[in-house]
Design a protein around this ligand. Structure first.
Ligand SMILES: C[S@@+](CC[C@H](N)C(=O)[O-])C[C@H]1O[C@@H](n2cnc3c(N)ncnc32)[C@H](O)[C@@H]1O
Length: 480
């Protein structure tokens, strides 16, 4: 594959983590489907295409008894990941510069994660990835694979064509990114009546999506653009075909890793019923949904086909899980979530459950312990599961949260977040947090040796501001 790895060797993919790939969340997803999986605390986990380790290493840090293997074709990125693993003092991680086509020899795994790989490799490598998953997922194991999907990618491939046309012959990465952006802006405004032009609408919606992305103002933005839009390979799939191919390798589609991304609840119940009537298989149903919602991306989770899963989600599954929320109490008893979700309920025990979750946050609460204190615990479980289906920020479910203390003194910033630079960092619960520059400075200064006055001296902030920012970092799960 000449040229392919070179692209990642020359310009690494941004340091990004993906909360739903964490074994503890994948295990929770399986529990909600009535299916036991390996304990994440002692699991064997593989990440394929792990790049610089920004997803893998924070997980390995938080689950020290589990073992993690990361592979990537790009040696330069694996070198960065190895340096990070060494600086984090991780003894439970192996990193290999390895083509996934030769990864059988690594053995079998309880959890296999391949985020952003399948669509960005040549089709034969994508097929090899699915074959590999069929071979290396252990009984009781789970495989996560994200893909760009049709029909949503049809118009985006047009954006890509335009960018590729405008960047012919330009080698310098910054100049390529600038030329790609410039042509999109130009063409979006080129027609006299852009409000009634399908191409202008597509380009505008692309630009809006990029402008509102958390990565928009990062130095990474060029890297995202050059890899996601301009990478040599970009092959979206029909999800029905992916599910059918996985079935040939002994894997059954379980669900989207973020349940909230699954069946779109904004569709009328009669539309969903009609989709079910028209579908002769799960693959057909998922495909029909994608045609209706014009889906661009899937984060699909597979299990071994010979292991049964419950047809419907089971609220009893929560008994083995830990629950947390990113919500805060609103003025009239609502729960307000940063993603815009507003949750209200008239069910007093459910309100009580949310109050307990908000009081404990960011530390997750064992649902079993919560259930002992609450009336009508099965109803609360059902309500929490429904809330999770709406937004994983409203109710986040984990099998075994990372064992990290939040109370160190002098303050210690979450070490993986300090190890990887940038404004978007990963917290103890493997969620991304966006930091202001001053928070980033306090996080970096909080190395476990400095007290508040030393952090203030180093950052140039008042001690009271340092105190406030440390409290905010603690609430965001960014202190150990
Ligand atoms: C779009 S990047 C995604 C990186 C990371 N998983 C993420 O989503 O942030 C794709 C990654 O797959 C790696 N890759 C491409 N072909 C591969 C192969 N045949 N075997 C292993 N890794 C490969 C690339 O080097 C690159 O790091």
């Amino acid at each position: 594959m000449p040229g392919h790895t070179d692209a990642y060797d020359a310009l690494a993919y941004p340091d990004l983590s993906y909360s739903c790939t964490h074994p503890s969340r994948l295990a929770a997803l399986a529990s909600a489907h009535g299916r036991p999986t390996g304990d994440p605390r002692t699991a064997r986990v593989l990440e394929i295409g792990c790049a610089t380790g920004a997803n893998l290493l924070p997980m390995a840090y938080g689950l020290p008894e589990a073992t993690f293997v990361g592979i990537d074709l790009s040696g330069a990125q694996i070198d960065v990941a190895r340096r990070a693993a060494t600086s984090l003092g991780l003894a439970n991680v192996e990193l290999h510069t390895l083509d996934l086509r030769h990864a059988d020899a690594l053995g079998t795994f309880d959890y296999v994660v391949a985020h952003g790989v399948h669509s960005w490799v040549p089709p034969d490598v994508a097929h090899a990835l699915v074959t590999l998953l069929g071979r290396i997922v252990r009984p009781g194991g789970l495989a996560y694979v994200s893909v760009n999907t049709f029909p949503g990618w049809h118009p985006l491939l047009g954006v890509r064509d335009l960018m590729q046309f405008a960047t012919r012959g330009i080698d310098d990465p910054a100049a390529r990114a600038a030329a790609a952006r410039e042509i999109v802006h130009f063409v979006a405004g080129a027609v006299p009546d852009p409000d009634h032009d399908i191409q202008a609408a597509t380009l505008r919606s692309y630009l809006e999506g990029r402008a509102t992305s958390a990565l928009a103002s990062e130095a990474w933005a060029d890297s995202v653009l050059l890899h996601d839009e301009l990478e040599e390979h970009n092959h979206p799939v029909l999800v029905g075909e992916l599910i059918a191919e996985a079935a040939q390798h002994g894997l059954a589609y379980l669900a989207e890793a973020e349940l909230a991304d699954g069946v779109p609840r904004h569709l009328a119940p009669e539309v969903l019923a009609e989709l079910e009537r028209r579908a002769s298989s799960r693959a057909d149903f998922e495909q029909l949904v994608d045609f209706v919602v014009h889906r661009v991306f899937r984060k699909a989770v597979f299990v071994r086909s010979d292991e049964p899963v419950a047809a419907r989600l089971r609220a009893e599954g929560l008994l083995d899980l830990h629950v947390t929320t990113l919500g805060a109490a609103g003025p009239d008893g609502e729960v307000l979530v940063p993603d815009g979700t507003v949750f209200r309920t008239g069910h007093a025990p459910t309100r009580e459950a949310f109050a307990a979750l908000m009081a404990a946050a960011p530390v997750p609460v064992a649902f079993r312990a919560l259930a002992e204190r609450l009336e009508e615990a099965p109803v609360v479980a059902g309500n929490l599961l429904r809330a999770h289906l709406h937004s994983s920020a409203l109710v986040d479910l984990l099998r075994s949260p990372p064992s990290v203390s939040l109370e160190s003194a002098p303050p210690l910033g979450f070490t993986p977040a300090r190890c990887f630079g940038g404004r978007l960092v990963t917290n103890v619960l493997h969620r991304r947090v966006e930091l202001e520059a001053a928070d980033r400075a306090v996080l970096d200064a909080a190395d476990g040796t400095r007290d508040v006055s030393a952090i203030a001296a180093l950052t140039g902030l008042d001690e009271s501001e340092v105190d406030d920012r440390l409290a905010a970092l603690r609430y965001e799960g960014l202190l150990e």
